[in-house]
Design a protein around this ligand. Structure first.
Ligand code: CAA
Length: 389
């Protein structure tokens, strides 16, 4: 059977961040709560001229920038829970910004942090049936809970773009997967709110129970719990430790909790300094693992995707020989090292920046250093443009 999976993977995050020790100091909290309690160091803060659309376009631009990958795809699937419009798909703007062909299918997908995985599976099923297809999947989000809330330290922003093909250069994804859904209110965002509502402690329980159920379903469908590495959805980095303890228990202790450093830790490096990026978070963890650890060819990676509300999926994947040549590790490291640290006051100003909702014109200051930006909002319409125009 034809192997299908990830041929390219690139991520993008804002060029500015706030240190959580500064947030702790402002909120008069012990900074160890963030450093040791949730394993987070910094939090990416979107510029005022960035949104889920521009983050996504910037992530995908890394794949196409040097001209070696044709700007030609059969589908553009855009996964987000920070959508900018109730009707128009963000991917429609992204296709035009990237200069992709117009004869492709474009749609936006939603189920909290899970929807990129739905996009991945829908794309791969089609590629199995028609191996000539090239599908661009982009997950992009800005996590917002509110200043001074318990969720504040678990905000962040980022996007990941993946080119999905047959005979992929990086990761082949197996067909078997373990699934679980339930109707629960652990985290949600009503249409009228620009911050998420969350029952924090309950949400971590729902996450772990969903992981358990996915492991059981994965095994029931014949999936082998034989992984050299695991990547978990990361609302905050320490969630991986909690998840891995559950994984070890549920797999009958075939996995050692002590092997965490060796098998999982490299996947947390980017999240620790970016924060939660909702739909993109699991796949940024995957990029973090591949960029920052010598993973052996044919190693098997377990991937756990979770979206509150809730939906979970456990997948397995195999690393392709020579995968390192297809990565954008250098670009990722450079992007992170060139970020600017904000003061608490600047972070607060960015967080509370007001966007017009009355149809008047609002021209946005040039802040992002990404290739694409939101230039203005006028007559209730968003105007995106290349940053260098
Ligand atoms: N030194 C060291 N550790 C400390 C400490 C200190 N000074 N102070 C506190 N801690 C530890 C606590 O003991 C706790 O550890 P355990 O988890 O082992 O008990 C940890 O730091 C967190 O402290 P609290 O539980 O007191 O923190 P909190 O009540 O402020 O809530 C949170 C933490 C629930 C993660 C909150 O930040 C939140 O609601 N975040 C948003 C929701 C979320 O991320 N949920 C995760 C699952 S849902 C999901 O995955 C989907 C998604 O992306 C949103």
């Amino acid at each position: 059977m034809v192997r299908v999976g990830i041929d390219r993977i690139a991520f993008y995050t804002s060029n500015q961040f706030v240190a959580l020790k500064d947030v702790a100091e402002h909120n008069q909290i012990d900074p160890d709560k963030f450093a040791l309690g949730i394993w987070q160091e910094n939090m990416a803060v979107a510029s005022v001229d960035e949104d889920a659309v521009t983050l996504a376009a910037n992530a995908a631009e890394t794949i196409f920038a040097d001209g070696s990958i044709a700007r030609q795809v059969d589908q553009l699937l855009f996964a987000t829970e920070s959508g900018v419009d109730q009707s128009k798909a963000g991917g429609v703007y992204i296709r035009r910004l990237l200069g992709l062909n117009q004869n492709c299918r474009v749609v936006e997908l939603k189920q909290a942090c899970y929807s990129a995985t739905a996009g991945l599976q829908m794309a791969l099923a089609q590629i199995r049936a028609n191996p000539s297809l090239r599908i661009l999947l982009i997950a992009s989000d800005i996590a917002r809970y509110g200043l001074g809330t318990p969720g504040e330290a678990t905000q962040g922003c980022g996007a990941v773009a993946m080119l999905l093909t047959a005979n992929p250069s990086i990761l082949a994804i197996d067909e078997v997967a373990g699934l679980h859904s339930d109707d629960v209110m652990d985290f949600w965002r009503p249409n009228y709110s620009d911050t998420a509502l969350v029952d924090g402690k309950y949400s971590t329980k729902v996450y772990l129970n969903t992981l358990k159920a996915c492991i059981a379903d994965y095994q029931a469908r014949g999936g082998e719990l034989e992984f050299q590495h695991l990547c978990y959805h990361l609302p905050f980095s320490r969630m991986a430790e909690k998840a891995h303890k559950t994984f070890c228990r549920e797999s009958g202790n075939r996995y050692q909790v002590e092997a965490f450093e060796q098998n999982i830790a490299a996947g947390l490096i980017y999240n620790r300094t970016i924060g939660n990026s909702y739909t993109a978070s699991l796949y940024i963890a995957l990029a973090s693992l591949l960029d920052n650890q010598e993973v052996e060819a044919n190693a098997r990676i377990g991937l756990f995707s979770f979206g509150s509300g809730c939906m979970g999926e456990l997948m397995s994947a195999t690393v392709v020989a020579g995968y390192r040549d297809a990565l954008y590790s250098k670009a990722h490291h450079q992007m992170l090292s060139e970020r600017t640290q904000m003061t608490y006051a600047d972070y607060e100003a960015a967080f509370t920046y007001g966007y017009v909702v009355d149809g008047s014109e609002q021209v946005l200051p040039k802040q992002t250093t990404g290739a694409y930006r939101l230039a203005k909002i006028d007559q209730h319409q968003r105007h995106y443009e290349p940053t260098n125009c």
